[in-house]
Design a protein around this ligand. Structure first.
Ligand code: NAD
Length: 338
């Protein structure tokens, strides 16, 4: 686990000022998703003299120009610590600032993406997304408050939870994953497959939201500890090239990749079947089909004639996967997802 401290539970966001004090920070820069602006205002008031400024425009895939803007604000306001409130975009920006300045970070996630649990950052420069891994990227404190996920719209709840499930599924078919990582992955998949339908049915059920958030935390730990395979390679290549919405892309790809990979990963297939209570690929496909937004690459706006090139690029990359990855097989998968 990368986070030094994890605080969780309904209302846990009110513990952030104490955490700031514990860090000895005097000037906090709050990095916040627009959807959590009101939460950031409350925090600014609670921080009092320890509040420096708010940067409220994080962008997906951490473009370096946005980081430069936030870095300038941190310099002008003499910030010495970061609190990130939001999804992977806000937390990604916080990581990009932390690694450039050495400022400590407190992450308060509001989606299920899991970035707060990893020492990984994907940054975009000139349209190309490059990923770096560095222990200095991982937030030292993570605050999980399920009340902050109550405002997640149905579509984002569904797709973000499937994004988390993808981390757990890929950890299960990573032959090099440790016993601890496999245990996290099973617990995470179980939590997501159990709690997500309840949350979709009763979006304001804070107990089910808490279970889902806990499962997403474990999924983030899987992302940090295991080697990701074909699914994350595809999401990275497609998302970076076409600037696609991260969670929706993961959600629509996952069942297609499971259909291809699970036949060659019997242990993962068996563990997932146990938590799904049946065919796990069918369970995931059924959840993904409940999304009322785009559920195909076509609907997301990916051009069909780009699929071969993406398949060739993804097949040429070196990464572990339960089945050998050929350009033809990846193209077939992409056509199915199209
Ligand atoms: P996001 O952070 O871009 O948020 C998506 C949208 O949801 C935004 O408009 C945001 O304002 C809104 N939102 C967030 N929380 C909300 C809430 N509680 N209520 C209402 N609206 C809310 O999306 P994401 O999927 O969380 O993150 C995607 C980004 O994170 C990508 O850039 C991806 O590369 C990165 N990521 C990185 C890692 C890592 O380990 N480095 C892991 C996962 C994702």
């Amino acid at each position: 686990m990368y986070a030094g401290r994890v605080l969780s539970g309904p209302g846990a966001r009110t513990l952030v000022p104490d955490e700031v004090e514990r860090l000895g920070a005097r000037r906090v820069l709050v990095v916040v998703a627009p959807s959590s602006a009101a939460v950031a205002q409350d925090l600014a008031a609670a921080l009092g003299e320890r509040y420096a400024a708010t940067f409220g425009r994080p962008v997906q895939h951490s473009p370096v120009e946005v980081t430069a803007e936030a870095l300038a604000l941190a310099g002008e306001t003499r910030a010495d610590a970061l609190v990130a409130i939001g999804g992977g975009s806000a937390i990604g920006l916080s990581k990009a600032l932390a690694v450039r300045t050495g400022m400590p970070q407190i992450a308060v996630p509001t989606t299920y993406a899991g970035s707060e649990a990893t020492p990984v950052l994907g940054e975009t420069e000139n349209g190309i997304k490059a990923t770096r891994r560095d222990p200095a990227l991982a937030p030292g404190t993570v605050v999980y408050d399920p009340e902050l996920t109550l405002s997640l719209p149905r579509g984002m709840t569904l797709t973000s939870a499937l994004n988390a499930l993808a981390h757990a599924v890929e950890a299960l078919w990573d032959a090099g994953a440790s016993a601890a990582t496999r245990a996290f992955a099973v617990e995470s998949a179980d939590g997501i497959l159990t709690a997500l339908p309840v949350v979709l049915d009763r979006p304001s059920d804070v107990v089910a939201r808490g279970r889902l958030q806990e499962a997403a935390w474990l999924a983030g730990a899987c992302l940090a500890q295991a080697r990701m395979g074909l699914h994350h390679q595809l999401a990275h290549a497609l998302g970076g090239t076409f600037g696609l919405p991260h969670a929706e892309l993961h959600a629509l790809l996952l069942a297609h990749v499971m259909r291809v990979n699970l036949v060659a990963a019997p242990d993962a297939a068996e563990r997932l079947a146990r938590v799904a209570g049946g065919d796990p690929t069918r369970a995931v496909a059924s959840l993904a089909s409940m999304h009322d937004g785009p559920t195909t690459l076509h609907a997301l706006g990916v051009p069909r004639d780009a699929l071969r090139e993406v398949a060739e690029r993804v097949a040429a990359e070196p990464y572990p996967n339960p089945r050998p990855v050929t350009a033809d097989a990846v193209e077939d998968l992409l056509l199915a997802a199209f």
